[in-house]
Unconditional design. Sequence first.
Length: 361
Amino acid sequence: MKDAAWLRPAQQLADRGLAWVADDRRATYGSALVRIAFGFGALVFLLVHFTNRQYLWGEAALWAAPLQSNGGFSAPFTAFSEGLAPVPLTLGYLLLVGLAVLLTIGWRSRLVAPVFLVLWVSLLESSPLTGDQSDNIFRILLLYLCFADLGGRWSLDARRRARKAALHGAPRPFGPLGTPTFNARAEQAGTLLHNFAVIMAGTQICLIYVASGLYKAQGALWQDGTAIYYPLQLSHYRPWPELADILVANPFMVAVVTYFSVFIQLFFPLMLLQRWTRLIAISGVLSMHVGIAVVMGLPFFSLFIMAGDCLFVRDSTFEAVQRRLRRAASRRARPVRGAGQDGVRRSARSDSRSYQTSLRD
């Protein structure tokens, strides 16, 4: 009996964990935001560099061939290697643009995401000078989330599934194929796979933050609170020189931003354990990356990691925000509709009086 009493808390914790991964799909809105951010960010990147594709990844980029081995990637990530000729490069590039569009709108996400990942990594690794640290975050998170339900929200996939569920009375991953029991078990397996993929992606984000915080804490410039000052003096990280000068003009502000970036990254996983500290942690890292995107001119890096941060926001929070936005929209539209209805009523009463007057006359 004593042994059972000692084991009871651990058993309850295991039951709660099993229920968390098996009962319902978690972070479906966060996963959808990752899909949209990754697809849209890649689309913008590809369109911006479309006219220079020959110099970056085609035959005109063969001067960078010795650098291709740095990534250590082999098949299947070699679709754009060794400088493609103009026609194959353009066709492959347009295919990648189309896949980015499909990923953004969420069409057949389970099939599109892995193909897009392979071609995206192939393109960037064929010319490593075109990438930065955002590429690592992109490929790692998308590799995990290829096993998640990226099309569960805000997508064409979600609309198609809703129609199937309404037709059959229950979710059916295989549509008319298979028995109801087989489809139910496939849906359950998809839920487990989705939740484990979300856990792995969230763990990777926490490792990135903690490792970054630990490396920062070892540096002398981070310890004395001046580290933020120096990158803002480099031309590559000064897209808005006047804004950068304003931020570094105050030593106290430089120290606050420096120490804040260290502590928010170092303690990010621990702050996720409680609701009010979770709000501080997520708001803090989002604010930090907005600053990096605007002040230092690193929009893609910030966009991709901010999308990953949304995995830690519960679906109930997104749903509450959606309800508030809908209520606000309905309140704004209601007076207009009311005014229109009152106008119709007044017009009808006026027409009735005119008709009655004509009858009396």
